[in-house]
Design a protein around this ligand. Structure first.
Ligand SMILES: [Zn+2]
Ligand SMILES: [Zn+2]
Length: 376
């Protein structure tokens, strides 16, 4: 089958690889209809992880069941499904508590597995014609048949639940205000989620005009930090009070408007603008170490952020990847019932064969390249 593989920094290509197949009775084989390029794929693309050469990338996958193993009872050939980027066993301690991003079984020695990702287990990704889905009864979310809402449903595998999770980690309540750091797909999904949950005022901080325009489309107030400090702009807009909640949707490769990386830059802002006793949800990726990165602390996975102010203000912080299964069923139903349209962030749709150029344009943050979908 054809699949996109990692060759080395800034080098991916679509090549022939061995066919994905059923390897365990609990597996399903899914024919991919849509698979997205994610901002977190770019950490691997840029050579900032130890992902192995030849790995098939792609953790945001949906498609149609092609074949099921003998132990699969809930799915059958022809079912249209969304696959959470977390691969979870369904029966370990964390899975039993709904914390499927931290499954203890699928990636021994670590907590959490995913398709096509560095350090997340031996699983191939779905930027390919077919995908092997382990523990398929547990992991696959059934969707209505046909092709309706394809670009909305494809956000259920990662970015919509992840944005939603950011607001839940922050403890957002109806009527509260929230600032979202980053207007990439996850930040935009956090803004959308906050609006759906009844947030009063939603600020989105970025410096890319095309992305800030999308934030405005979901009713958020754009804050352009290339035009002055984000702290000052948010404090001024809230008459010096600050906001109730903050969501970090950038991760450790956050950079200032000159392009220099500041891993703690987004948390500096959030600790400043979130009011005393407010909450912060961190869903941007921060790795245990970044050995070849430019920041000396972050090379050891350490980060300098104003913990003293954080403590003095009595703020709380929740962190970690989204337990997609905790949200994706409900978010699917919001899409079906016309209450949510996460597909509004899609900027480009390409064939699998064009995937390498999709990575290049997206990685260059070219104007208008917000979210790239591949249709194998
Ligand atoms: Zn993703
Ligand atoms: Zn598990």
């Amino acid at each position: 089958m054809r699949a996109l593989v990692y060759n080395g920094p800034k080098d991916v290509s679509v090549v022939d690889v061995p066919d994905a197949r059923i390897e365990a009775p609990t597996d399903a084989l899914v024919k991919i209809t849509t698979t997205n390029i994610c901002g977190s794929d770019l950490h691997m693309y840029e050579g900032r992880t130890d992902v192995e050469q030849g790995k098939v990338l792609g953790h945001e996958n949906m498609g149609v069941v092609e074949e099921v193993g003998s132990g699969v009872t809930r799915l059958e050939k022809g079912d249209r499904v969304s696959l959470p980027f977390n691969i979870a066993c369904g029966h370990c301690r964390n899975c039993m508590q709904g914390r499927t991003a931290f499954c203890l079984e699928v990636n021994p020695g670590s907590a959490g597995g995913a398709y096509g990702y560095a350090d997340m287990g031996p699983y191939s990704g779905g930027q390919a014609e077919y995908l092997r889905v382990p523990f398929a009864d547990f992991n696959a979310l059934r969707l209505p048949g046909g092709t309706e809402h394809e670009n909305d449903f494809t956000m259920l595998s990662d970015v919509f639940p992840t944005g939603w999770h950011g607001t839940r980690l922050a403890g957002l309540q109806p009527g509260e205000s929230v600032v979202v750091m980053g207007a990439g797909p996850v930040g935009l999904m956090a803004a959308l989620s906050a609006r759906i949950q009844g947030a009063d005022q939603v600020f989105v901080v970025d410096m890319q005009p095309d992305r800030l325009r999308l934030a405005e489309q979901v009713g958020a107030t754009p804050v352009d930090f290339s035009k002055g400090s984000a702290q000052e702009q948010v404090m001024e807009a809230t008459k010096g009070v600050g906001v109730d909640r903050g969501v970090e949707a950038v991760g450790w490769q956050a950079h200032d408007h000159s392009g220099e990386e500041h891993p703690a830059g987004t948390l500096d802002t959030l600790v400043e603008v979130v009011r005393a006793t407010g909450g912060i949800g961190v869903v941007g990726v921060f790795p245990p170490a970044d050995p070849n990165g430019p920041d000396p602390d972050m090379r050891e996975g350490r980060m300098r952020f104003p913990f003293g102010t954080f403590f003095t203000k009595g703020q709380s912080m929740g962190t970690g990847q989204a337990n997609v299964k905790a949200y994706n069923r409900q978010l699917r139903d919001l899409i079906i019932n016309g209450r949510a349209n996460p597909g509004f962030i899609v900027s480009h749709e390409m064939s699998l064969e064009e995937a390498a150029s999709g990575y290049e344009h997206f990685d260059n943050r070219e104007d208008g390249w917000t979210k790239v979908l591949l249709h194998p």
